[in-house]
Design a protein around this ligand. Structure first.
Ligand code: ADP
Ligand code: MG
Length: 261
């Protein structure tokens, strides 16, 4: 591949599987031989911890990158139990929101910083916080694609229209090339009738923008972060890990189809 495929993993709702999806896709694509960078853009630092990197001990993070106090090349760390690179985050990032307001090009700081390393990667994932804040805007400006993890529940569809509206405004102003890569159904319980209905509505409304692969509710995905290891590495045979491996394959297929040889 010539240039990195950059995905912002976005949903303004918390707890829908953004971080689990980001960490496991990064690891699954690395296992598939892809050069991958994961950017933790959430002050909660869950992706950082899930990769086995102690957020409290990280002296320099994405915060320094956004404020122009350091470069990605010097701040990223190698995730040994994942085979990919991580740009970590911690609570300090919460302050960036306020500090960025007075800076120039405040929405495109991450995009500029990424420019110097993106040729080193095939895939970049940006794990965004649960809001449509300035941090998320930085993710959406830096990305070519939006990946939307969602739970198939009633209010999911309502939240989705806000997000689609934001993406349209991004396209009109800050990032004309931005496209929805796809929606990922997460924490899916096939026995739940409402989940089945919402899932069917999604397919009806978004067509092939819905990934075929469905991520089931699976306890191994929830346990893996406490071992600081992506589930696809820690327990590759689990149903959750298999789903993310399959999703990575699906993404790779689409990414390859989208890139002229
Ligand atoms: P977000 O980043 O959107 O806030 P997370 O990825 O952190 O969401 O997921 C929220 C919680 O649900 C976490 O505790 C995570 O371990 C758990 N979780 C995520 N995906 C699954 C799944 N498919 N099955 C079971 N638990 C999951
Ligand atoms: Mg998260």
């Amino acid at each position: 591949m010539s240039d990195a495929h950059v995905y912002a993993v976005v949903n303004q709702k918390g707890g829908v599987g953004k971080t689990t999806t980001s960490v496991n896709l990064a690891a699954a694509l690395a296992l598939a031989g892809q050069r991958t960078l994961l950017i933790d853009l959430d002050p909660q630092g869950n992706a950082t911890m899930g990769c086995g990197v102690d957020k409290r001990a990280a002296a320099r993070t994405v915060y320094h990158v956004l404020l122009g106090l350091g470069e990605i090349a010097n701040i990223r760390v190698r995730v040994e139990r994942g085979g990919f690179d991580l740009l970590p985050a911690n609570r300090e990032l919460a302050g960036a929101e306020v500090e960025l307001v007075d800076l120039e090009r405040r929405e495109s700081r991450l995009k500029s910083a990424l420019a110097s390393v993106r040729a080193e990667y095939d895939f970049v994932f940006i794990d965004c916080p649960p809001s449509l804040s300035l941090l998320t805007l930085n993710g959406l400006v830096a990305a070519q694609y939006v990946l939307i993890p969602m739970q198939c529940e009633y209010y999911a569809l309502e939240g989705l229209s806000d997000l689609v509206g934001t993406i349209k405004r991004m396209r009109a102003h800050l990032n004309p090339a931005l496209d929805i890569a796809g929606l990922v159904r997460t924490m899916y319980d096939a026995r739940n009738t409402l989940a089945q209905q919402v899932s069917a509505q999604l397919e009806e409304h978004f067509g092939d923008k819905v990934y075929r692969t469905i991520v089931p509710r699976n306890v191994r995905l929830a346990e893996a972060p406490s071992y600081g290891t992506p589930a696809v590495v820690w327990d590759a045979e689990s149903k959750g890990a298999q789903a993310y491996t399959e999703l990575a394959r699906e993404m790779l297929e689409r990414a390859t189809a989208a890139t002229p040889a």
